[in-house]
Design a binder for this molecule. Structure first.
Ligand SMILES: [Zn+2]
Length: 331
């Protein structure tokens, strides 16, 4: 103590600076990027700074809410679903907690969150859209016998109504099938490539043995080297580059804008944006998404989907989603 008091002013300053450094060291060392089980994660504090967001920590620091003028994001330690303005968005791996900070998989920051939150400047203009009515012919898809609903008919009805509306908006629109015809998944993708599509949208309806299951969900092709939403661990196929991975960022944006529009239009559970390596998306030469527009196995949903009014409402929401995506991607 005596020594310190006798120190010249410059040395005193250096001493207090050193003390300050020691105090701050743990903070300075809390890495922005860490490795966990061979996966790179980014500190959400850094994400928050990039988004100019305010961070609120809840639930003893296990839940973080980041909010700025435009968006509110909720991250929960151990959860693979983050909430972006009330829409669940599924990540490749769960959010993890380390030294009082939450971390997001780096790939999900780069190819899931960033593309949604920041428009890309290097995207082509959307002119040609290929719509794919799921199933057909000998493949009826989901069936609700009592409501006499066949998925293959509903998907075709949606696409047939979408076409003239999108054409009016100035898009060139093609359907992979315009009657009750069977097509393989590869034939659908091949058709999109032959039409030099800028956008591919596959339309489907869900079914489950659990008749309480309801809601809308949207799929984007799984990011390179991550497992799909239905699995927890990446396998060899996940680590292989597939043509659809060229559009990882745009696939996410397309799925998000269409899903957001659908979720806003329907008072039904928002099942979120998920990932799957669907064959029909895998070899596309353009961004694509697969929409699951409701459960035929859910009695109330089936009753609604039997009505033309409900189909038109779905169509309007999809058109709005495509418009938003296409406007934002126009250079
Ligand atoms: Zn289907």
């Amino acid at each position: 103590m005596l020594n310190q008091l006798l120190l010249p002013a410059s040395r005193k300053f250096r001493h207090s600076f050193n003390c300050l450094l020691i105090l701050l060291l743990p903070h300075l060392l809390s890495a922005d990027v860490i490795q966990h089980n061979g996966i790179t994660y980014r500190n959400l504090s850094e994400v928050s700074t990039k988004l100019r967001a305010e961070t609120r920590q809840l639930n003893e620091g296990n839940t973080w809410e980041l909010s700025n003028k435009r968006n509110k994001l909720t991250f929960r330690s151990g959860s693979r679903a983050i909430h972006l303005n009330d829409t669940p968005v599924y990540l490749g791996y769960p959010i993890i907690k380390s030294k009082k900070s939450l971390y997001i998989p780096e790939l999900d920051w780069r190819f899931t969150l960033s593309p949604i939150l920041h428009a890309s400047k290097r995207t082509r203009q959307i002119k040609r859209i290929v719509l794919d009515p799921g199933h057909g012919g000998k493949d009826p898809g989901a069936i609700n016998e009592s409501a006499k609903l066949y998925e293959k008919d509903l998907t075709l009805a949606v696409c047939k109504k979408l076409k003239p509306i999108l054409k009016k908006q100035g898009f060139e629109v093609f359907l992979t099938r315009s009657n009750d015809k069977y097509l393989t998944l590869e034939e659908r993708t091949q058709y999109a490539r032959s039409k030099r599509a800028d956008l591919f949208i596959s339309i489907h309806f869900n079914a489950s043995t659990n008749t309480n299951a309801e809601g809308i969900e949207t799929f984007a092709y799984t990011l390179l080297s991550q497992p799909s939403t239905s699995r927890n661990i990446a396998d060899q196929n996940d680590r292989r580059f597939h043509p659809a991975n060229r559009y990882d960022s745009q696939n996410t944006r397309l799925a998000y804008f269409i899903h957001k529009s659908l979720a806003r239009s329907f008072d039904t559970p928002n099942r979120g944006i998920k990932r799957a390596r669907f064959t029909v998306l895998e070899t596309l030469a353009c961004p694509g998404a697969l929409l699951e527009l409701g459960f035929l196995s859910h009695p109330e949903s089936a009753a609604k989907l039997s009505k033309n009014k409900e189909i038109l409402k779905l169509v309007d929401a999809i058109v709005e989603g495509i418009q938003t995506y296409s406007k934002e991607t126009r250079i």
